[in-house]
Design a binder for this molecule. Sequence first.
Ligand SMILES: [Zn+2]
Ligand SMILES: [Zn+2]
Length: 122
Amino acid sequence: MATQAGLLPIFFVENPDGTIDGVAGADSIAPPPTNPRLWCHHCNTQLEFAAGASYVQCYLCRTMNAVLSGSQVGGRTMNMLCTVCGTSNLAPWGTAYVRCGQCNTVSDVTHIYNTGAGSMQA
Ligand SMILES: [Zn+2]
Ligand SMILES: [Zn+2]
């Protein structure tokens, strides 16, 4: 009945009127899993996403955000339309070469960065 060292005692928080309010020593209760979050780079909405995801689409403005390790803000993305099979491939903004997920063709996409800033079409 003695509490062993290393074991957290669980005790109830009792209100003055005798009702039980909750459980203290709550380390034994696993907190709900928290998903990683980032902020939409376009509209600054906080987005929750599943761990391991590479891209998160903003539910407000439909902008795709690239998940960047170490960044709380989503990265810009761009869409590469494969010239061979027509598949649209998502890549982080700034990527010079994008490999098509469908046919593995590697396309040089550097030309899209030279067409003027801020003219990205959705
Ligand atoms: Zn957004
Ligand atoms: Zn392709």
